[in-house]
Ligand binder design. Structure first.
Ligand SMILES: Cc1cc2nc3c(=O)[nH]c(=O)nc-3n(C[C@H](O)[C@H](O)[C@H](O)COP(=O)(O)OP(=O)(O)OC[C@H]3O[C@@H](n4cnc5c(N)ncnc54)[C@H](O)[C@@H]3O)c2cc1C
Length: 304
């Protein structure tokens, strides 16, 4: 059946925007993950809706991803289809202080576009290696800023009817690393952002400063998915992990970063099973020592 669906999808998106048995390690910032039965990259909302209709007609399971920068994909891969909304769906339009962009645009490109147009508000996002869609889904944030501060409206395809809807930010239920899109049933295709005007060099200066802070604190030279755990109320995950003596702790190729204990890195040839075992070990140790429950921020996908 996979082959039949693959052929139908190829008619909708064209080659090479669909692949079979695609290693997910090529599509995740962790550089980990077994094969997806099918990986498809539609280039616009209409094609996305058509892709979804085919997948649903054959009752194939599916998973939607952006840039794969917050994912741990299992070593046995993902059954069914992965719909990747990234570079192939990344147009963006600036009008006054408003930017309308498709969900696949990278946050770095979006922040640079804003900066070049003298628009401030996305500096916090410039170093987050995800897409706009992934960032809206997660309400991504850094250095005091969050997506909810700049998003005015979100357009999505509902996965029941495959129809396009637009809702205002007030209906997105943005919270800490949460939005209504994380509840399922909606694929983000576009967002409208409202920014404020400022001097281009001031904006660039702030972006450079945040980039320097990131480079100083985070192990950016090693594959990871960013902060492994959400911030537990009243604590910092990295500090708890460090104080539990886990800095540098290693299982297989997975390691608690020496540079930032809040990051688990792929120190070389790590399997998803290594990362998962290390996540469990860190959670158990921190729970035993401090009685604090660490919840993964990284999303676990596929078969382990
Ligand atoms: C070095 C590094 C630093 C990081 N720093 C930060 C940081 O400072 N702040 C922060 O918040 N995060 C950070 N992250 C994590 C990550 O970049 C963000 O969570 C980002 O928003 C994920 O976007 P993505 O496109 O990669 O999504 P993916 O990882 O591909 O997917 C994440 C989730 O979003 C869903 N999703 C993706 N696109 C869509 C869509 N269009 N419609 C519906 N659902 C969708 C997926 O199903 C999945 O559940 C960092 C990661 C790394 C590797």
């Amino acid at each position: 059946m996979t082959e039949v669906v693959y052929k139908l999808l190829a008619e909708v998106v064209g080659m090479p925007s669909v692949a079979m048995d695609e290693p997910m390690s090529r599509h995740t910032s962790f550089k980990i993950g077994g094969p997806a039965d099918i990986l498809v990259e539609p280039s616009d909302t209409q094609r996305l809706a058509a892709v979804l209709k085919i997948i649903k007609r054959f009752e194939l399971p599916y998973f939607v991803m952006g840039n794969g920068s917050n994912l741990l994909v299992g070593d046995k891969g993902i059954r069914g289809a992965v719909i990747k909304l990234s570079d192939s769906m990344s147009d963006c339009d600036v009008e006054g202080t408003k930017i309308t962009a498709m969900s696949g645009i990278k946050l770095s490109r979006l922040a640079n576009t804003a900066m070049k147009n003298g628009l401030s508000g996305l500096e916090f996002a410039s170093g987050i290696p995800g897409t706009l869609g992934g960032a809206v889904f997660m309400n991504a944030g850094a250095y005091g800023g969050e997506m909810k501060d700049v998003v005015r409206a979100v357009t999505y395809v509902d996965t029941d009817e495959c129809r396009v809807h637009t809702i205002p930010a007030q209906e997105c239920d943005f919270g800490y690393r949460h939005s209504v899109f994380a509840d399922g049933g909606r694929i983000v295709t576009e967002a409208e952002l409202e920014l404020s005007t400022d001097d281009m060099s001031e904006i660039r200066g702030r972006m450079n400063e945040l980039a320097a802070r990131r480079a100083e604190k985070q192990p950016l030279d090693k594959p990871s998915a960013g902060s492994t755990f959400k911030r537990p109320e009243g604590y910092f995950a990295g500090t708890l992990i460090q104080e539990a003596g886990l800095k540098g702790c290693r299982i297989g190729g997975a390691e608690v970063s020496e540079k930032h204990s809040g990051f688990i890195i792929n120190a070389g040839g790590a399997a998803a099973a290594d990362v998962l075992a290390l996540i469990d070990h860190v959670r158990e140790t921190v729970m035993k020592k401090f009685g604090v429950s660490l919840e993964p921020e990284v999303r676990l996908v596929g078969e382990f």
